[in-house]
Write a protein that binds this ligand. Structure first.
Ligand code: NAD
Ligand code: MG
Length: 484
Protein backbone atom coordinates (compact mmCIF):
# COMPACT_ATOMS: atom_id res chain seq x y z
CA UNK A 1 0.00 0.00 0.00
CA UNK A 2 1.57 3.25 -1.15
CA UNK A 3 -0.44 5.54 1.00
CA UNK A 4 -0.34 5.21 4.78
CA UNK A 5 -3.54 7.19 5.12
CA UNK A 6 -6.48 5.75 3.26
CA UNK A 7 -9.46 8.04 2.97
CA UNK A 8 -13.00 6.94 2.22
CA UNK A 9 -14.22 8.43 -1.07
CA UNK A 10 -15.67 11.92 -0.58
CA UNK A 11 -17.07 12.83 -3.97
CA UNK A 12 -18.57 16.24 -4.62
CA UNK A 13 -22.01 15.84 -6.19
CA UNK A 14 -22.24 16.76 -9.84
CA UNK A 15 -26.01 17.16 -9.57
CA UNK A 16 -25.51 20.91 -9.27
CA UNK A 17 -24.36 21.26 -12.87
CA UNK A 18 -26.66 21.01 -15.81
CA UNK A 19 -24.61 20.10 -18.87
CA UNK A 20 -26.59 20.47 -22.07
CA UNK A 21 -26.08 17.98 -24.91
CA UNK A 22 -24.99 20.80 -27.22
CA UNK A 23 -23.96 24.44 -27.06
CA UNK A 24 -24.06 27.30 -29.53
CA UNK A 25 -22.06 30.52 -29.57
CA UNK A 26 -22.73 33.51 -27.33
CA UNK A 27 -23.00 36.50 -29.65
CA UNK A 28 -24.74 39.81 -28.98
CA UNK A 29 -26.20 38.60 -25.71
CA UNK A 30 -27.75 35.43 -27.06
CA UNK A 31 -26.87 31.82 -27.71
CA UNK A 32 -26.94 31.24 -31.46
CA UNK A 33 -26.18 28.29 -33.71
CA UNK A 34 -22.84 28.57 -35.39
CA UNK A 35 -22.52 28.35 -39.17
CA UNK A 36 -19.58 25.94 -38.82
CA UNK A 37 -19.30 22.38 -37.57
CA UNK A 38 -19.21 21.12 -33.97
CA UNK A 39 -16.69 19.37 -31.75
CA UNK A 40 -16.91 17.34 -28.55
CA UNK A 41 -15.52 18.14 -25.15
CA UNK A 42 -14.71 15.23 -22.85
CA UNK A 43 -14.16 14.63 -19.18
CA UNK A 44 -10.44 13.77 -19.11
CA UNK A 45 -10.88 11.71 -15.92
CA UNK A 46 -13.29 9.28 -17.60
CA UNK A 47 -13.11 10.00 -21.36
CA UNK A 48 -16.91 10.51 -21.21
CA UNK A 49 -18.19 12.91 -23.89
CA UNK A 50 -19.75 15.83 -22.04
CA UNK A 51 -21.26 17.92 -24.82
CA UNK A 52 -21.04 19.03 -28.43
CA UNK A 53 -19.84 22.57 -28.87
CA UNK A 54 -20.07 24.80 -31.93
CA UNK A 55 -16.88 25.48 -33.86
CA UNK A 56 -17.09 29.15 -34.79
CA UNK A 57 -16.40 29.91 -38.45
CA UNK A 58 -14.84 33.10 -39.82
CA UNK A 59 -18.39 34.40 -40.41
CA UNK A 60 -19.34 33.68 -36.78
CA UNK A 61 -16.23 35.45 -35.52
CA UNK A 62 -17.07 38.39 -37.77
CA UNK A 63 -20.59 38.52 -36.32
CA UNK A 64 -19.14 38.48 -32.80
CA UNK A 65 -16.67 41.27 -33.58
CA UNK A 66 -19.47 43.36 -35.13
CA UNK A 67 -21.62 42.84 -32.03
CA UNK A 68 -18.69 43.85 -29.82
CA UNK A 69 -18.06 46.95 -31.95
CA UNK A 70 -21.72 48.05 -31.78
CA UNK A 71 -21.81 47.50 -28.02
CA UNK A 72 -18.59 49.44 -27.62
CA UNK A 73 -19.63 52.47 -29.67
CA UNK A 74 -23.23 52.71 -28.62
CA UNK A 75 -23.24 51.59 -25.01
CA UNK A 76 -20.17 50.48 -23.12
CA UNK A 77 -17.65 53.22 -23.92
CA UNK A 78 -20.31 55.88 -23.27
CA UNK A 79 -21.24 54.55 -19.88
CA UNK A 80 -19.59 56.13 -16.85
CA UNK A 81 -16.99 54.05 -15.04
CA UNK A 82 -19.25 53.93 -12.00
CA UNK A 83 -22.03 52.40 -14.11
CA UNK A 84 -19.70 49.83 -15.65
CA UNK A 85 -18.52 48.96 -12.15
CA UNK A 86 -22.06 48.03 -11.13
CA UNK A 87 -22.14 45.33 -13.79
CA UNK A 88 -18.72 44.02 -12.80
CA UNK A 89 -19.70 43.88 -9.13
CA UNK A 90 -22.88 42.09 -10.11
CA UNK A 91 -20.93 39.52 -12.14
CA UNK A 92 -18.51 39.04 -9.23
CA UNK A 93 -21.37 38.41 -6.81
CA UNK A 94 -23.07 35.93 -9.15
CA UNK A 95 -19.76 34.08 -9.53
CA UNK A 96 -19.65 33.75 -5.75
CA UNK A 97 -23.28 32.66 -5.56
CA UNK A 98 -22.78 30.06 -8.28
CA UNK A 99 -19.27 29.18 -7.12
CA UNK A 100 -19.92 25.51 -6.43
CA UNK A 101 -21.55 25.03 -9.82
CA UNK A 102 -18.62 26.72 -11.57
CA UNK A 103 -16.08 24.68 -9.60
CA UNK A 104 -17.75 21.34 -10.30
CA UNK A 105 -18.12 22.11 -14.00
CA UNK A 106 -14.50 23.25 -14.21
CA UNK A 107 -13.28 20.03 -12.60
CA UNK A 108 -15.44 17.87 -14.88
CA UNK A 109 -14.32 19.55 -18.11
CA UNK A 110 -10.68 20.13 -17.15
CA UNK A 111 -9.74 17.28 -14.78
CA UNK A 112 -8.41 19.49 -11.98
CA UNK A 113 -9.14 18.53 -8.36
CA UNK A 114 -12.31 20.01 -6.92
CA UNK A 115 -10.41 21.38 -3.94
CA UNK A 116 -8.39 23.52 -6.35
CA UNK A 117 -11.26 24.70 -8.53
CA UNK A 118 -13.38 25.37 -5.42
CA UNK A 119 -10.72 26.92 -3.16
CA UNK A 120 -8.32 28.53 -5.63
CA UNK A 121 -9.69 29.12 -9.14
CA UNK A 122 -13.23 30.29 -8.44
CA UNK A 123 -12.41 32.56 -5.46
CA UNK A 124 -9.64 34.26 -7.46
CA UNK A 125 -12.00 34.62 -10.43
CA UNK A 126 -14.50 36.46 -8.24
CA UNK A 127 -11.69 38.49 -6.69
CA UNK A 128 -10.54 39.65 -10.14
CA UNK A 129 -13.99 40.96 -11.00
CA UNK A 130 -14.28 42.69 -7.62
CA UNK A 131 -10.81 44.18 -7.99
CA UNK A 132 -11.28 45.58 -11.51
CA UNK A 133 -14.80 46.73 -10.67
CA UNK A 134 -13.05 48.96 -8.15
CA UNK A 135 -10.86 50.46 -10.87
CA UNK A 136 -13.66 51.24 -13.34
CA UNK A 137 -14.49 54.64 -11.81
CA UNK A 138 -10.90 55.47 -10.85
CA UNK A 139 -9.10 55.18 -14.18
CA UNK A 140 -7.98 58.80 -14.02
CA UNK A 141 -5.72 57.70 -11.16
CA UNK A 142 -4.22 54.77 -13.06
CA UNK A 143 -1.65 56.87 -14.90
CA UNK A 144 -2.61 55.16 -18.16
CA UNK A 145 -5.45 57.39 -19.38
CA UNK A 146 -9.18 56.74 -19.41
CA UNK A 147 -9.94 55.96 -23.08
CA UNK A 148 -10.60 52.31 -23.96
CA UNK A 149 -9.02 50.71 -27.01
CA UNK A 150 -12.25 49.29 -28.45
CA UNK A 151 -12.77 45.61 -29.20
CA UNK A 152 -10.48 43.07 -27.54
CA UNK A 153 -9.94 39.64 -29.11
CA UNK A 154 -8.94 37.22 -26.38
CA UNK A 155 -7.73 33.64 -26.71
CA UNK A 156 -7.08 31.48 -23.65
CA UNK A 157 -5.71 28.02 -22.79
CA UNK A 158 -7.19 25.01 -21.02
CA UNK A 159 -5.18 24.92 -17.80
CA UNK A 160 -7.16 27.60 -15.91
CA UNK A 161 -10.20 28.09 -18.14
CA UNK A 162 -12.26 30.33 -15.88
CA UNK A 163 -9.34 32.09 -14.23
CA UNK A 164 -7.77 33.04 -17.57
CA UNK A 165 -11.19 34.26 -18.70
CA UNK A 166 -11.36 36.49 -15.63
CA UNK A 167 -7.82 37.81 -16.14
CA UNK A 168 -8.81 38.77 -19.68
CA UNK A 169 -12.39 39.99 -19.33
CA UNK A 170 -12.38 41.88 -16.01
CA UNK A 171 -9.73 44.53 -16.88
CA UNK A 172 -10.99 44.86 -20.46
CA UNK A 173 -14.54 45.63 -19.33
CA UNK A 174 -13.46 47.88 -16.46
CA UNK A 175 -11.60 50.08 -18.96
CA UNK A 176 -14.60 50.30 -21.29
CA UNK A 177 -13.61 47.75 -23.94
CA UNK A 178 -15.86 45.02 -25.26
CA UNK A 179 -14.60 41.49 -25.90
CA UNK A 180 -14.70 38.45 -28.13
CA UNK A 181 -13.20 35.57 -26.16
CA UNK A 182 -12.36 32.05 -27.24
CA UNK A 183 -11.85 29.36 -24.59
CA UNK A 184 -9.61 26.38 -25.38
CA UNK A 185 -11.14 23.52 -27.33
CA UNK A 186 -10.79 20.99 -24.50
CA UNK A 187 -12.35 23.23 -21.83
CA UNK A 188 -15.16 25.37 -23.28
CA UNK A 189 -17.91 24.70 -20.73
CA UNK A 190 -17.22 27.19 -17.93
CA UNK A 191 -16.84 30.04 -20.44
CA UNK A 192 -20.30 29.14 -21.74
CA UNK A 193 -21.63 29.12 -18.18
CA UNK A 194 -20.00 32.52 -17.73
CA UNK A 195 -21.98 33.67 -20.79
CA UNK A 196 -25.16 32.69 -18.90
CA UNK A 197 -23.90 34.70 -15.95
CA UNK A 198 -23.53 37.74 -18.23
CA UNK A 199 -27.19 37.29 -19.20
CA UNK A 200 -28.18 36.92 -15.56
CA UNK A 201 -26.29 40.13 -14.76
CA UNK A 202 -28.16 41.95 -17.57
CA UNK A 203 -24.87 42.90 -19.15
CA UNK A 204 -25.69 44.87 -22.31
CA UNK A 205 -25.69 42.57 -25.38
CA UNK A 206 -22.40 42.44 -27.27
CA UNK A 207 -20.18 43.59 -24.39
CA UNK A 208 -19.02 39.98 -23.90
CA UNK A 209 -19.10 37.49 -26.77
CA UNK A 210 -17.92 33.90 -26.32
CA UNK A 211 -16.99 31.94 -29.44
CA UNK A 212 -15.84 28.35 -29.16
CA UNK A 213 -13.52 26.50 -31.51
CA UNK A 214 -9.88 25.54 -31.99
CA UNK A 215 -6.85 27.12 -33.66
CA UNK A 216 -8.69 28.32 -36.78
CA UNK A 217 -11.24 30.19 -34.71
CA UNK A 218 -8.43 31.71 -32.66
CA UNK A 219 -6.66 32.79 -35.83
CA UNK A 220 -9.86 34.40 -37.13
CA UNK A 221 -10.15 36.43 -33.92
CA UNK A 222 -6.58 37.69 -33.71
CA UNK A 223 -6.37 38.54 -37.41
CA UNK A 224 -9.78 40.20 -37.65
CA UNK A 225 -9.19 43.75 -38.94
CA UNK A 226 -11.69 45.32 -36.55
CA UNK A 227 -10.09 43.92 -33.40
CA UNK A 228 -8.10 46.65 -31.63
CA UNK A 229 -6.36 44.57 -29.02
CA UNK A 230 -5.21 40.95 -28.90
CA UNK A 231 -4.68 39.21 -25.58
CA UNK A 232 -3.36 35.67 -25.68
CA UNK A 233 -2.31 33.08 -23.14
CA UNK A 234 -0.94 29.77 -24.35
CA UNK A 235 2.09 28.20 -25.96
CA UNK A 236 5.15 30.15 -27.06
CA UNK A 237 4.80 28.63 -30.52
CA UNK A 238 1.28 30.00 -31.06
CA UNK A 239 2.29 33.26 -29.36
CA UNK A 240 5.00 33.76 -31.96
CA UNK A 241 2.53 33.00 -34.77
CA UNK A 242 0.16 35.62 -33.33
CA UNK A 243 2.94 38.20 -33.05
CA UNK A 244 3.70 37.62 -36.74
CA UNK A 245 0.01 37.76 -37.70
CA UNK A 246 -0.53 41.18 -36.09
CA UNK A 247 2.84 42.68 -37.05
CA UNK A 248 2.34 45.81 -39.14
CA UNK A 249 -1.21 46.36 -37.86
CA UNK A 250 -1.98 48.89 -35.16
CA UNK A 251 -3.36 46.22 -32.84
CA UNK A 252 -2.07 46.30 -29.30
CA UNK A 253 -0.88 42.84 -28.18
CA UNK A 254 -0.16 41.10 -24.91
CA UNK A 255 1.21 37.57 -24.83
CA UNK A 256 1.41 35.33 -21.78
CA UNK A 257 3.32 32.25 -22.89
CA UNK A 258 5.26 29.35 -21.44
CA UNK A 259 7.74 29.06 -18.61
CA UNK A 260 10.40 26.86 -17.06
CA UNK A 261 10.65 28.39 -13.62
CA UNK A 262 13.47 27.75 -11.20
CA UNK A 263 12.41 27.06 -7.63
CA UNK A 264 15.60 27.71 -5.65
CA UNK A 265 16.13 26.14 -2.22
CA UNK A 266 19.04 27.37 -0.08
CA UNK A 267 20.47 25.28 2.73
CA UNK A 268 19.14 27.62 5.44
CA UNK A 269 15.52 27.31 4.25
CA UNK A 270 12.93 25.66 6.48
CA UNK A 271 13.05 22.38 4.61
CA UNK A 272 9.60 21.00 5.41
CA UNK A 273 8.03 24.23 4.23
CA UNK A 274 10.25 24.26 1.17
CA UNK A 275 9.13 20.71 0.35
CA UNK A 276 5.49 21.84 0.55
CA UNK A 277 6.42 24.70 -1.75
CA UNK A 278 8.15 22.38 -4.21
CA UNK A 279 5.08 20.11 -4.25
CA UNK A 280 2.74 23.06 -4.71
CA UNK A 281 5.06 24.49 -7.34
CA UNK A 282 5.00 21.49 -9.65
CA UNK A 283 2.06 19.25 -8.72
CA UNK A 284 -0.62 21.94 -8.29
CA UNK A 285 -3.04 21.61 -11.22
CA UNK A 286 -1.13 18.50 -12.46
CA UNK A 287 1.76 20.83 -13.34
CA UNK A 288 -0.39 22.39 -16.09
CA UNK A 289 0.81 25.79 -14.93
CA UNK A 290 2.80 28.23 -17.06
CA UNK A 291 4.60 29.53 -13.95
CA UNK A 292 5.10 26.03 -12.45
CA UNK A 293 8.31 25.51 -10.49
CA UNK A 294 9.39 22.82 -12.93
CA UNK A 295 13.15 23.17 -12.28
CA UNK A 296 14.15 22.61 -8.68
CA UNK A 297 17.55 24.15 -7.92
CA UNK A 298 18.63 22.84 -4.54
CA UNK A 299 21.83 23.75 -2.72
CA UNK A 300 24.19 20.78 -2.81
CA UNK A 301 24.66 20.53 0.97
CA UNK A 302 20.95 19.79 1.52
CA UNK A 303 20.14 18.08 -1.78
CA UNK A 304 19.97 14.53 -0.41
CA UNK A 305 17.87 15.53 2.54
CA UNK A 306 15.47 17.56 0.40
CA UNK A 307 15.09 14.67 -2.05
CA UNK A 308 14.35 12.21 0.76
CA UNK A 309 11.70 14.46 2.24
CA UNK A 310 10.27 15.28 -1.17
CA UNK A 311 9.85 11.64 -2.18
CA UNK A 312 8.26 10.82 1.17
CA UNK A 313 5.83 13.68 0.66
CA UNK A 314 5.11 12.75 -2.96
CA UNK A 315 4.18 9.23 -1.88
CA UNK A 316 1.28 10.70 0.12
CA UNK A 317 -0.22 12.65 -2.82
CA UNK A 318 -3.63 11.29 -3.69
CA UNK A 319 -4.03 10.95 -7.44
CA UNK A 320 -7.46 10.24 -8.88
CA UNK A 321 -11.08 11.33 -9.19
CA UNK A 322 -11.02 15.13 -9.59
CA UNK A 323 -14.41 15.40 -7.90
CA UNK A 324 -13.18 13.66 -4.74
CA UNK A 325 -12.57 16.33 -2.12
CA UNK A 326 -9.43 14.52 -0.93
CA UNK A 327 -7.77 14.39 -4.34
CA UNK A 328 -4.47 16.27 -4.67
CA UNK A 329 -3.62 15.49 -8.29
CA UNK A 330 -6.31 15.07 -10.93
CA UNK A 331 -6.37 14.02 -14.57
CA UNK A 332 -4.12 15.22 -17.38
CA UNK A 333 -6.25 17.50 -19.52
CA UNK A 334 -6.10 15.62 -22.83
CA UNK A 335 -4.69 12.58 -24.59
CA UNK A 336 -2.40 14.93 -26.58
CA UNK A 337 -0.98 16.51 -23.44
CA UNK A 338 -0.47 13.08 -21.86
CA UNK A 339 1.44 11.94 -24.95
CA UNK A 340 3.65 15.03 -24.73
CA UNK A 341 4.42 14.44 -21.03
CA UNK A 342 5.22 10.78 -21.70
CA UNK A 343 7.46 11.68 -24.63
CA UNK A 344 9.51 14.26 -22.74
CA UNK A 345 9.81 11.96 -19.72
CA UNK A 346 11.12 9.16 -21.94
CA UNK A 347 13.63 11.62 -23.40
CA UNK A 348 14.70 12.54 -19.85
CA UNK A 349 15.54 8.90 -19.16
CA UNK A 350 17.22 8.44 -22.53
CA UNK A 351 19.41 11.47 -21.90
CA UNK A 352 20.56 9.95 -18.62
CA UNK A 353 18.53 11.55 -15.84
CA UNK A 354 17.20 9.30 -13.10
CA UNK A 355 13.42 8.97 -12.93
CA UNK A 356 11.34 8.33 -9.83
CA UNK A 357 7.55 8.27 -9.77
CA UNK A 358 5.34 8.26 -6.71
CA UNK A 359 3.77 4.84 -6.23
CA UNK A 360 0.07 5.22 -6.88
CA UNK A 361 -2.79 3.32 -8.54
CA UNK A 362 -3.91 5.20 -11.61
CA UNK A 363 -7.54 4.82 -12.79
CA UNK A 364 -8.08 2.54 -15.79
CA UNK A 365 -9.92 5.12 -17.91
CA UNK A 366 -8.99 8.71 -18.52
CA UNK A 367 -5.61 10.42 -18.82
CA UNK A 368 -3.24 10.04 -15.89
CA UNK A 369 0.40 10.56 -15.03
CA UNK A 370 1.97 9.77 -11.65
CA UNK A 371 3.86 12.63 -9.93
CA UNK A 372 7.42 12.23 -11.14
CA UNK A 373 10.83 13.64 -10.29
CA UNK A 374 14.07 13.48 -12.26
CA UNK A 375 17.43 13.77 -10.49
CA UNK A 376 20.86 14.03 -12.05
CA UNK A 377 19.51 16.54 -14.56
CA UNK A 378 21.99 18.73 -16.41
CA UNK A 379 21.26 22.10 -17.94
CA UNK A 380 21.54 20.70 -21.45
CA UNK A 381 18.85 18.05 -20.93
CA UNK A 382 15.61 18.71 -22.75
CA UNK A 383 13.67 18.16 -19.52
CA UNK A 384 15.63 21.11 -18.08
CA UNK A 385 14.97 23.37 -21.08
CA UNK A 386 11.50 22.60 -22.42
CA UNK A 387 8.15 23.12 -20.81
CA UNK A 388 6.69 19.69 -19.99
CA UNK A 389 3.42 21.13 -18.67
CA UNK A 390 2.75 18.12 -16.49
CA UNK A 391 3.53 16.70 -13.02
CA UNK A 392 7.23 16.25 -13.74
CA UNK A 393 10.01 17.94 -11.78
CA UNK A 394 13.63 18.27 -12.94
CA UNK A 395 16.18 18.62 -10.13
CA UNK A 396 19.54 20.39 -10.46
CA UNK A 397 21.97 21.40 -7.73
CA UNK A 398 24.13 24.48 -7.06
CA UNK A 399 26.76 25.62 -4.55
CA UNK A 400 26.66 29.43 -4.48
CA UNK A 401 23.99 32.07 -4.99
CA UNK A 402 25.73 33.18 -8.20
CA UNK A 403 25.64 29.68 -9.60
CA UNK A 404 21.95 29.47 -8.72
CA UNK A 405 21.26 32.75 -10.56
CA UNK A 406 23.22 31.64 -13.60
CA UNK A 407 21.38 28.33 -13.82
CA UNK A 408 18.00 29.86 -13.09
CA UNK A 409 18.43 32.44 -15.87
CA UNK A 410 19.79 29.88 -18.32
CA UNK A 411 16.46 29.41 -20.09
CA UNK A 412 14.66 31.00 -23.02
CA UNK A 413 11.75 31.69 -20.65
CA UNK A 414 11.33 34.20 -17.82
CA UNK A 415 7.92 33.97 -16.24
CA UNK A 416 8.46 33.14 -12.58
CA UNK A 417 10.92 31.93 -9.95
CA UNK A 418 10.94 30.95 -6.30
CA UNK A 419 13.52 31.52 -3.56
CA UNK A 420 13.59 29.62 -0.26
CA UNK A 421 15.90 30.97 2.43
CA UNK A 422 15.86 32.34 5.94
CA UNK A 423 17.83 35.45 4.88
CA UNK A 424 15.88 38.51 3.79
CA UNK A 425 18.97 40.04 2.20
CA UNK A 426 19.47 36.95 0.05
CA UNK A 427 15.83 37.07 -1.05
CA UNK A 428 16.21 40.68 -2.19
CA UNK A 429 19.50 40.16 -4.00
CA UNK A 430 18.19 37.03 -5.74
CA UNK A 431 14.98 38.80 -6.76
CA UNK A 432 17.07 41.55 -8.36
CA UNK A 433 19.20 39.12 -10.33
CA UNK A 434 16.54 36.67 -11.50
CA UNK A 435 15.13 37.44 -14.96
CA UNK A 436 11.56 36.49 -14.17
CA UNK A 437 8.32 38.48 -14.11
CA UNK A 438 7.31 37.11 -10.72
CA UNK A 439 9.65 36.01 -7.93
CA UNK A 440 8.06 34.31 -4.95
CA UNK A 441 9.92 34.18 -1.65
CA UNK A 442 9.24 31.27 0.71
CA UNK A 443 6.02 30.52 -1.14
CA UNK A 444 5.01 29.58 -4.67
CA UNK A 445 2.06 29.86 -7.08
CA UNK A 446 0.41 32.65 -5.12
CA UNK A 447 -1.98 34.68 -7.25
CA UNK A 448 -3.64 37.90 -6.27
CA UNK A 449 -5.62 40.29 -8.47
CA UNK A 450 -3.61 43.25 -7.17
CA UNK A 451 -0.26 41.79 -8.33
CA UNK A 452 0.95 42.16 -11.90
CA UNK A 453 1.82 38.90 -13.65
CA UNK A 454 3.73 38.39 -16.91
CA UNK A 455 6.98 37.41 -18.50
CA UNK A 456 10.36 38.26 -19.93
CA UNK A 457 11.93 36.79 -23.07
CA UNK A 458 9.96 33.90 -24.61
CA UNK A 459 7.45 34.00 -21.77
CA UNK A 460 5.82 36.94 -23.53
CA UNK A 461 5.10 40.60 -22.87
CA UNK A 462 2.52 42.74 -21.14
CA UNK A 463 1.21 42.40 -17.62
CA UNK A 464 -2.08 41.11 -16.28
CA UNK A 465 -3.33 41.94 -12.82
CA UNK A 466 -2.93 44.99 -10.67
CA UNK A 467 -2.79 48.56 -11.90
CA UNK A 468 -0.39 47.41 -14.63
CA UNK A 469 -3.13 45.19 -16.01
CA UNK A 470 -5.08 48.31 -17.01
CA UNK A 471 -2.30 49.68 -19.18
CA UNK A 472 -2.86 47.37 -22.13
CA UNK A 473 -6.58 48.15 -22.28
CA UNK A 474 -6.28 51.95 -22.37
CA UNK A 475 -5.18 54.44 -25.00
CA UNK A 476 -2.75 57.19 -24.27
CA UNK A 477 0.67 57.84 -22.90
CA UNK A 478 1.67 55.24 -20.46
CA UNK A 479 3.15 56.75 -17.36
CA UNK A 480 5.50 54.34 -15.68
CA UNK A 481 5.15 54.60 -11.96
CA UNK A 482 7.99 53.98 -9.57
CA UNK A 483 6.75 50.43 -9.09
CA UNK A 484 6.47 49.58 -12.80
P1 NAD B 1 -1.97 26.50 -27.63
O1 NAD B 1 -1.10 27.69 -27.61
O2 NAD B 1 -1.95 25.62 -28.82
O3 NAD B 1 -3.48 26.94 -27.40
C1 NAD B 1 -3.88 28.03 -26.59
C2 NAD B 1 -5.09 28.68 -27.22
O4 NAD B 1 -4.75 29.21 -28.50
C3 NAD B 1 -6.24 27.72 -27.47
O5 NAD B 1 -7.45 28.40 -27.23
C4 NAD B 1 -6.09 27.40 -28.95
O6 NAD B 1 -7.29 27.01 -29.55
C5 NAD B 1 -5.62 28.72 -29.50
N1 NAD B 1 -4.89 28.66 -30.75
C6 NAD B 1 -4.19 27.62 -31.26
N2 NAD B 1 -3.60 28.00 -32.43
C7 NAD B 1 -3.91 29.30 -32.64
C8 NAD B 1 -3.58 30.25 -33.64
N3 NAD B 1 -2.78 29.95 -34.67
N4 NAD B 1 -4.05 31.52 -33.53
C9 NAD B 1 -4.82 31.86 -32.48
N5 NAD B 1 -5.18 31.00 -31.51
C10 NAD B 1 -4.72 29.73 -31.57
O7 NAD B 1 -1.65 25.68 -26.38
P2 NAD B 1 -2.19 24.21 -26.06
O8 NAD B 1 -2.39 23.37 -27.25
O9 NAD B 1 -3.34 24.39 -25.20
O10 NAD B 1 -0.95 23.65 -25.28
C11 NAD B 1 0.30 23.44 -25.93
C12 NAD B 1 1.41 23.87 -25.01
O11 NAD B 1 1.29 25.25 -24.69
C13 NAD B 1 1.38 23.19 -23.65
O12 NAD B 1 1.94 21.93 -23.70
C14 NAD B 1 2.17 24.16 -22.83
O13 NAD B 1 3.52 23.97 -22.99
C15 NAD B 1 1.77 25.48 -23.40
N6 NAD B 1 0.71 26.13 -22.62
C16 NAD B 1 1.01 27.24 -21.90
C17 NAD B 1 0.01 27.85 -21.15
C18 NAD B 1 0.26 29.06 -20.36
O14 NAD B 1 -0.53 29.37 -19.49
N7 NAD B 1 1.29 29.83 -20.61
C19 NAD B 1 -1.26 27.33 -21.13
C20 NAD B 1 -1.55 26.20 -21.89
C21 NAD B 1 -0.55 25.62 -22.63
MG1 MG C 1 -12.87 18.83 -21.60
Amino acid sequence: MSNPFEYAPAPESRAIVDIKPSYGLFIDGEFVDGTGTAFKTVNPATEEVLAEVAEASDADVDAAVKAARRAHTRVWSRMSGAERAKYLYRIARIIQERGRELAVLESIDNGKPIKESRDVDVPIVAAHFFYYAGWADKLQYSGFGTTPLGVAGQVIPWNFPLLMLAWKIAPALACGNTVVLKPAETTPLTALLFAEICQQADLPPGVVNIVTGAGDTGRAIVSHPDVDKVAFTGSTEVGKAIARAVAGSDKKVTLELGGKAANIVFDDAPLDQAVEGIVNGIFFNQGHVCCAGSRLLVQESVADEVMDRLKRRMATLRVGDPLDKNTDVGAINSAEQLAKIRELSAIGEAEGAERWSAPCDLPANGYWFAPTVFTGVSQAHRIAREEIFGPVLSVLTFRTPSEAVEKANNTPFGLSAGVWTDKGSLILSMANRLRAGVVWANTFNKFDPTSPFGGYKESGYGREGGRHGLEDYLKGTSVKGADS
